[in-house]
Design a protein around this ligand. Structure first.
Ligand SMILES: *Cc1c(COP(=O)(O)O)cnc(C)c1O
Length: 497
């Protein structure tokens, strides 16, 4: 299996290089030249495997430069009982006649990012041994809240790695801030940035490609890599749970063998839903991919019109992990739909220079035959949280609520009764304040911990240990920097100034 860059298809690498490097030198993203394919029989045969064994099977199709033993050891380190609380790694909860919640947040940081970021450090260190002969990697992360903590937790004290996380100051929830500020480990650092997520992500990308820093790193035998979802090593673990959930739906008798399902995903950087698209291309019987956004609804407009226009105000919402106007992974979908690196390069240049691009009618047709796009405003999101708790006895966090609400709009509009898996992306306690605003509007609690406790009183949902313990932990990282100081911060942190 080889990988090519979305912006230059003459760049051809194996998986280990794609993962160790994170991004291609000219700025493109690595994509597999072809996808492994599954027949229905393959899926039926996977039905009785554990999550870890399904993961090994899926990964082996993509990472054929890894030995079976390497894959098994990576996967077992990631999805063991200690890291993932329940017996099942990704339990499915039936919400109503047609909607199922695929809970992806039972890992150590209570967000779906753990699904990939518990595995990525192992894939990365294995890749480094193959292709980086002895260099250490520096992981730079831009986070809207969940990625940062999940990456810190995945990489903490992993030999041969250092990690520096930037988050938008004031743009993450109090629990998310506390999770990152109290991070343990000897190779970690966390900084706030005076700006929004897009500023933070752009800042990190600039450092990544800064020739001066890259040279300074090289002198110290260091090299940058990425834990953001631009890294292929983040995406492939996400394909696993779509394959796995289809197996579970068959196994639990919720669907017939081969019956089509829809998948609905609360979307930000387009990584999670892209993984579902790949699963569909690989032969998992998925029909519609429902792309759910909050009022930062650039993707809804894109799917409906073919025009991607980021020239709009960035809005802070109760679903901060979806407050994104530049969805990096859309680039991979454009490449799949166009099959042409020069068109993708051109569109990405237009996005940088003009803030807008438009796809051809042919590509728009392909896009719309696979995807439905919708969004929810803040009031609608709160209403879904209340309504789903009251009528379906199911508590969904703010992000998942956006997906549930968009799914209901889709159902109303199309009357498509196909069973639908809704990706549930965070434990509600991560966003306790916003949950309470939905459930008890106007009632204020003293602080984040009072909010967590109150949410427990109202709902009875068990408070995860990792969150219950937070207020006892020391805050190690509270420094905030300006956008144009990010580079110096990195240099200082790595001791290269
Ligand atoms: C990251 C995140 C999302 C968005 O996922 P993408 O892969 O970036 O589209 C949605 N919900 C939560 C809770 C997240 O942490």
């Amino acid at each position: 299996m080889e990988y090519i860059s979305t912006r230059d298809n003459s760049v051809r690498v194996k998986a280990a290089t794609a993962i160790a490097q994170g991004i291609s030198a000219e700025g493109g993203l690595f994509v597999p030249v072809e996808l492994p394919k599954y027949t229905l029989e393959d899926l039926v045969n996977m039905k009785d495997l554990s999550y870890a064994n399904r993961a090994v099977k899926v990964l082996s199709g993509f990472l054929d430069d890894f030995t079976q033993q390497e894959l098994e050891s990576c996967v077992n380190a990631a999805y063991n009982k200690k890291a993932f609380a329940p017996d099942e790694v990704t339990p499915i909860n039936k919400i109503d006649e047609t909607a199922y919640s695929l809970e992806l947040w039972h890992g150590p940081t209570c967000a779906f990012k753990d699904m990939a970021l518990q595995l990525l450090p192992h894939l990365l260190t294995t890749s480094m041994k193959k292709v980086l002969d002895g260099k250490e990697v520096v992981i730079l992360v831009a986070t809207s809240g969940d990625t940062g903590k999940a990456a810190l937790e995945g990489f903490k004290d992993v030999d041969g790695t250092r990690i520096i996380v930037f988050y938008p100051d004031g743009g993450v929830s109090p629990v998310q801030f506390k999770q990152m500020a109290t991070q343990e480990g000897r190779n970690v650092a966390v900084f706030g940035v005076e700006g929004n997520f897009d500023d933070t992500q752009t800042g990190v990308k600039k450092i990544f490609t800064n020739a001066e820093i890259i040279e300074e790193l090289a002198e110290k035998n260091l090299v940058f890599s990425s834990a953001n979802s631009i890294n292929w090593g983040r995406l492939v673990p996400q394909i696993v749970y779509y394959v796995s959930s289809y197996c579970d739906m068959m196994k639990n008798g919720e669907i017939e063998q081969g019956e089509k399902i829809n998948v609905c995903v609360p979307t930000g950087n387009f990584g999670n839903i892209l993984a579902a698209y790949y699963a569909k291309q690989m032969g998992v019987p998925i029909d519609k991919l429902i792309c759910a956004s909050n009022i930062n609804n650039v993707l809804t407009d894109f799917i409906n019109t073919g025009e991607y226009d980021r020239r709009r105000d960035f809005k802070l919402t109760s679903s901060p992990s979806m407050d994104i106007l530049i969805s990096s992974n859309l680039e991979r979908l454009l490449f799949e739909l166009y099959g042409d690196d020069s068109v993708v390069s051109e569109l990405m240049a237009q996005l940088v220079n003009d803030g807008v691009y438009k796809v051809s009618d042919e590509v728009l047709n392909k896009l719309q035959s696979n995807f439905y796009g919708g969004y929810l405003d803040e009031d609608e999101t709160a209403e879904v949280i209340r309504d789903t708790f009251k009528n379906n006895d199911y508590l969904c966090d703010t992000h998942t609520a956006v997906a549930v609400g968009v799914y209901r709009k889709y159902l109303k509009e199309t009357n498509d009764k196909t069973k639908t898996i809704i990706a549930s992306t965070a434990n509600p306690y991560k966003f306790a304040g916003s949950m309470l605003e939905a459930l008890e509007p106007g009632v204020k609690q003293a602080d984040a911990f009072a909010e967590v406790n109150r949410l427990h009183e109202i709902t009875g949902l068990e408070i995860p240990e990792q969150i219950a313990e937070l207020d006892k932990k020391e805050e190690r990282f509270k420094e905030v920097c300006k956008i144009d100081e990010m580079k110096q911060v990195v240099q200082r942190q790595l001791g290269i100034v």
